[in-house]
Write a protein of this length. Sequence first.
Length: 146
Amino acid sequence: MAEETALPPETETKPAAAKKPKEPTIEEKPFGEFMEQYFTPALKEALAKKGLPGVDLAFKKAKITPLANQSECWQVIGQWNRGQRQFNLYFLDEDINGQKAFAYGVNGRQPSTLESFMIDEKKISLDLMVSYTLQRLNGQKWLSNN
């Protein structure tokens, strides 16, 4: 008779530990949360470091200023110097990775020219958005170190 080999007692298998869902990056957070809790405060701080401590920043849904018959979109509106300088960052797709535009106005006038903004960037980050905004304002010679 052939000898039967005894199988080792089955080892208890523990269910694989459930992986904790990966915390989304701040850029993956809902658009409104990202804009209000991260971008607007970071931009305000960066502007203060560049010598513009009194900039009033608002994040709201409104019509695109230079276009009268346009629907509303989310935008960041920055004003200072008693409203003599203003810029608008438009988020046409309600998404930081979507279409964005920039406009500015001086001497209390509403912005009149709409320009594309960050069109070549594939992956948008908080730091990149702040940097591009500062770069655009610097192009107007509006930062103190100009």
